[in-house]
Design a protein. Structure first.
Length: 309
C-alpha cells in the first residue's frame, strides 16, 4: 500500500486487509486520478501555448519573406507588357508647314526716280527684261557736271522685294505698293516711288521691225532720219526727203565699254553708227529707249534714240 502526499504516492504503513485497507486503497486511487488529471491538464495547456507561440512567430516572419520574394510575371503578363511598351513608342512630331511666300509681281519696262544722294541728287533709270536681266543707269550732277554710270546684271524676286544683282552682289531692291514700284532706301529706310516710262521698243512699229529680223534701229528728228542693221550685216540709212534708203555692208564693228562702232564705206558713201548704252527720251513722242544713237553720214552728224535686239 502507498500513500499520496502532494503529487507523490507513498507506501501505506498499514498492512493489507480490513476496513482501513480498503479505505486507503480507494483514497489513493481517487487522489492519484485527481493528480494525474491535473498533470494532463497542465501538459495540454503547456502544449497549446507552445503551438500558439510557434504560430505567431510564423505569421510574424511571413511579411519579411514576402518582401524578399520577387514575383515572376506570367507569360500573358509579359506579352501584354511587351505589347504595351511597343505600342507607346513616341511618334515623330510633325512640324506645321511653313507658309508659302507670296509671289512677287514681275516688273516689266522702264522706271525712273530721283533719289537723294549726299548733298545732291541722282537720277536712276532701270529697265527690267523678261529674261531676268536689267540695265541700270545712274546720272549724277556734281559741280554742274553730269556723270553717268551704267550697270547690267540680273534681277530676282525674293522675300517681297525685287533685287538687282551684279556678280552675286545686291546693288538695289524695290517693292510694290499697289501698282507702283518703289525704290527701297536701305539708309533712310524710306521708299521712293518710281515713274513707269513708255518703252519705245514695245511699240507696234518696233515690234514689226524685230519680227523682220532687224537687230539694231535708231531714229531722230530735225530732220527726221532712221537707221537699221539687219541680220545680214547691212546698214540702211534714210532721211525724210529720200525716196529710198542707202544700203551698205558694214566693214567693221568695234566694241568698247561705253560704245559700239559700226562702220561702212562704199564708193561715195561713208556711214558710221555709234551706239551708246544710255537711256534716251524721244522729244516728239516722249518714248524712252535703252540706247542713244549718233550717226555720221558723209560728214553730217545726226543724234537720236534707239535700241538693239
Amino acid at each position: 500500500m502507498q500513500l499520496s502526499v502532494g503529487s507523490v504516492c507513498w507506501p501505506s504503513p498499514l498492512g493489507a486487509g480490513g476496513f482501513w485497507h480498503r479505505f486507503f486503497i480507494l483514497f489513493r486511487m481517487k487522489h492519484c486520478a485527481i493528480v494525474f488529471s491535473s498533470i494532463i491538464d497542465r501538459t495540454f495547456l503547456m502544449a497549446l501555448f507552445v503551438v500558439l507561440v510557434s504560430s505567431c512567430n510564423e505569421h510574424a516572419e511571413e511579411p519579411k519573406k514576402q518582401e524578399t520574394v520577387k514575383e515572376t510575371p506570367t507569360a500573358f503578363e509579359a506579352t501584354a507588357s511587351h505589347t504595351a511598351t511597343r505600342t507607346v513608342k513616341p511618334q515623330p512630331v510633325q512640324e506645321a508647314p511653313l507658309p508659302k511666300p507670296k509671289p512677287v509681281k514681275k516688273p516689266n519696262g522702264i522706271y525712273r526716280a530721283v533719289l537723294p544722294f549726299k548733298d545732291s541728287k541722282v537720277e536712276q533709270t532701270v529697265v527690267f527684261y523678261n529674261d531676268y536681266t536689267y540695265q541700270l543707269q545712274e546720272k549724277y550732277n556734281v559741280h554742274n557736271k553730269d556723270t553717268v554710270t551704267i550697270t547690267k546684271g540680273n534681277w530676282m524676286p525674293s522675300d517681297g522685294y525685287i533685287w538687282l544683282y551684279k556678280d552675286q552682289i545686291a546693288l538695289a531692291r524695290y517693292l510694290w505698293k499697289g501698282d507702283t514700284l518703289e525704290y527701297f532706301n536701305t539708309v533712310s529706310k524710306k521708299n521712293v516711288s518710281m515713274a513707269s516710262l513708255k518703252d519705245g521698243m514695245l511699240s507696234d512699229q518696233w515690234r514689226r521691225k524685230q519680227a523682220e529680223g532687224t537687230v539694231l534701229m535708231g531714229m531722230g528728228n530735225e530732220p527726221f532720219w532712221s537707221v537699221e542693221l539687219n541680220a545680214q550685216d547691212t546698214l540702211s540709212f534714210k532721211l525724210a526727203d529720200w525716196q529710198q534708203p542707202v544700203k551698205v555692208k558694214i566693214d567693221s564693228v568695234k566694241r568698247f565699254k561705253d560704245s559700239t562702232f559700226y562702220t561702212a564705206v562704199h564708193d561715195s558713201v561713208h556711214l558710221k553708227v555709234v551706239v551708246f548704252p544710255y537711256f534716251c527720251t524721244d522729244g516728239s513722242s516722249g518714248e524712252v529707249f535703252t540706247n542713244r544713237f549718233k550717226v555720221e553720214y558723209n560728214q553730217r552728224v545726226f543724234s537720236g534714240c534707239g535700241g538693239t535686239w
